[in-house]
Design a protein around this ligand. Structure first.
Ligand code: C5P
Length: 224
């Protein structure tokens, strides 16, 4: 089927303490955003890519992103609002499936996106890239209350891949119900839809703190 992509890229990235939002910081000769978008645009099945940018974004025009499939839309107050606004622009009949991918994840592998798409289409429902938790997990504030069983615990990554109409309805419904929607899957879970876990790679990190950019540069230098 034809696939649309949504990239929320309207965040300010406060935790980076940089002079511009993290998606516009440079990594190996181009912006983080260009790295994040490229593997999606490399897929022929991706016919449109909706980029949610803040209304007064002064940086996008200077990037090398000129692919005609890119459609610029306005971002919202939080990630979920940026995603929902983009979803509402998509013609779900022409594009029945949508990939949502963070602008701040520049290292996603093309093969992992393809695997996610294949597994979900075979299952007939949506899913996410994720990695198993390997650390021992604790719950607590100042002190440990208890150890959380890490069996069956996963880190949720992006892309996340869902039927367009179901995802749009689920996010709208979850927001109206006051549910915290920190990724697309959380809205689908609220809507009682199945979400497949597809194992990705932990180098698909989200640039959050300054050291993440150095780590990303290191990974890019490796033959992954
Ligand atoms: O800040 P965080 O790492 O959670 O942001 C994840 C993604 O959501 C980033 O790509 C960021 O640009 C995007 N975002 C957005 N609109 C917001 C906040 C974040 O598109 N209001």
């Amino acid at each position: 089927p034809a696939i649309a992509a949504v990239i929320p890229a309207a965040g300010v990235g406060q935790r980076m303490q940089a002079d511009k939002p993290k998606q516009y910081l440079r990594l190996h000769g181009k912006t983080v955003l260009e790295h994040s978008v490229q593997p999606l645009l490399s897929l022929e099945s991706v016919g449109q890519l909706y980029l949610a940018l803040s209304a007064d974004d002064p940086y996008f025009a200077a990037t090398g992103l000129t692919d005609p499939r890119i459609i610029r839309v306005e971002g919202g107050a939080e990630r979920v609002h940026s995603v929902l606004n983009a979803l509402q622009h998509i013609d779900a009949v022409r594009y029945p499936w949508v990939l949502v991918h963070d602008a701040a994840r520049p290292l996603v592998r093309r093969a992992d996106i393809q695997l996610l798409i294949e597994r979900c289409l075979a299952a007939g429902h949506g899913g996410i890239l994720a990695t198993p938790v390997r650390d021992t997990m604790k719950r607590g504030q100042q002190q440990v209350q208890h150890t959380v069983d890490r069996t069956d615990l996963w880190h949720a990554l992006t892309p996340q891949f869902f039927p367009t109409a179901l995802l749009t309805a689920a996010i709208g419904g979850a927001l109206a119900a006051g549910v915290a929607v920190t990724d697309e899957a959380s809205a689908m879970e609220w809507a009682q839809q199945s979400v497949l876990l597809v194992e990705g790679h932990s180098d698909n990190l989200k640039i959050t703190r300054p050291a993440d950019l150095q780590l990303a540069a290191f990974y890019l230098e490796q033959n992954r």
